[in-house]
Design a binder for this molecule. Structure first.
Ligand code: UDP
Ligand code: MG
Length: 331
């Protein structure tokens, strides 16, 4: 069976079409399917529509989170409720067309464990496009591990990979990175990403930046290391300056066209201090990003809370995911 995980936040305008498109595309998949719709605290009537879809076709099941936890957490919650041998993640807004899944499933049958979609074309404004383009390149340069370029969360995975993801207790999840981290046989298939069917994009610039930081910080220490290297270069330069000054004092050599006391130093000195002060503060801010995430991990709060399930059996009806402390006992 194929399990489709679909995060849903205020998607009442698209759910009906999604339902039809998934059902008609499913005839090409050559296997049974279930859909785990994860309502991420929607404020519109998405949840009511989900219940209605479940009534019409019980293969469409729902998990409703107690509030909005964010896309990555919604995907995580969905992955923890799947029953299939193969699992797909896709967006609700049909930017990830269900018709393409047939090709992904063929690849899975060939023996690939992860088949991720690579976007050849984004129908978004030039700024967002450029930002994404830059982000994926910076990410792959910084990361200690190879994360495929321009690959989003849209993918098909073998269950064994999903089990590995489900066993990872980390918060601030960057699912596409964790998926690459898991290894096994992975391959990318390209597709042209269409525009969202209806409704509005729910991510603000702030969310996108947080997401980019999660990606970079959870996969790389390099930003911290750069500050160390920069500090080393600056302190070597500073030390040379001092040495030069002392030598010129001792031997009364003039190293500038000015004599001592006449050096017009105010502007360069202030600029240097402000520059270095700024760099130090950026460094501190960056430390803060890492430390804040460490704090999140240490608190060990559940990653999400299930408020209600629709059409999901007793075995999944717990209101809380397995506490991390319980999970660790297994290791
Ligand atoms: N989504 C979610 N929680 C959120 C924001 C978005 O579950 O807090 C879902 C949304 O319903 C959609 C998917 O995540 O199915 C992608 O969101 P969107 O289309 O707004 O973003 P984009 O396609 O631009 O990445
Ligand atoms: Mg979208």
């Amino acid at each position: 069976m194929l399990s489709l995980v679909i995060p849903i936040y205020n998607e009442s305008l698209v759910l009906e079409t999604l339902f039809e498109r998934v059902r008609s595309a499913s005839s090409d998949w050559g296997m049974d399917f279930e859909v785990i719709m994860v309502d991420d605290g929607s404020r519109d009537d998405s949840l009511t529509i989900m219940a209605e879809l479940n009534r019409r076709d019980p293969r469409f099941k729902g998990v409703s989170l107690s509030r909005n936890f964010g896309h990555q957490v919604a995907v995580t919650a969905g992955l923890q409720h799947v029953n299939g041998r193969v699992v797909a993640i896709m967006d609700a807004d049909l930017q990830d067309p269900p018709e393409i899944l047939a090709k992904f499933i063929d690849k899975w049958r060939e023996g690939f464990d992860v088949i991720y979609a690579v976007r050849t074309n984004r129908k978004e404004n030039a700024f967002i496009k450029a930002a994404f383009w830059g982000f994926y390149r910076i990410m792959s340069w910084l990361s200690e591990m190879q994360i495929p370029l321009d690959a989003g969360d849209f993918c098909v995975m073998d269950r064994k990979v999903v089990d590995i993801l489900n066993d990872m207790p980390e918060r601030n999840r960057f699912v596409r990175g964790l998926r690459a981290w898991a290894g096994f046989r992975q391959t990318g298939l390209t597709y042209d990403r269409p525009e969202r069917l209806a409704g509005d994009v729910s991510f603000s610039l702030h969310h996108r930046i947080k997401f980019a930081f999660d990606g970079i910080i959870s996969f790389s220490y390099k930003p911290l290391r750069f500050f160390g290297i920069f500090g080393l270069i600056v302190s070597v330069a500073g030390f040379l300056g001092i040495a030069l000054f002392v030598v010129s004092k001792i031997f009364s050599i003039s190293i500038t066209p000015y004599t001592y006391g006449q050096i017009p130093g105010f502007f360069p000195i202030i600029s240097a201090i402000v520059f270095l002060g700024g760099v130090q503060l950026i460094g501190l801010g960056l430390f803060g990003e890492y430390i804040g995430r460490i704090y999140d991990e240490v608190k060990k709060r559940p990653q999400y809370i299930v408020g209600k399930t629709i059409g999901i059996g007793e075995e999944h009806s717990t209101t809380l995911p397995t506490p991390i402390s319980e999970r660790n006992k297994r290791d």
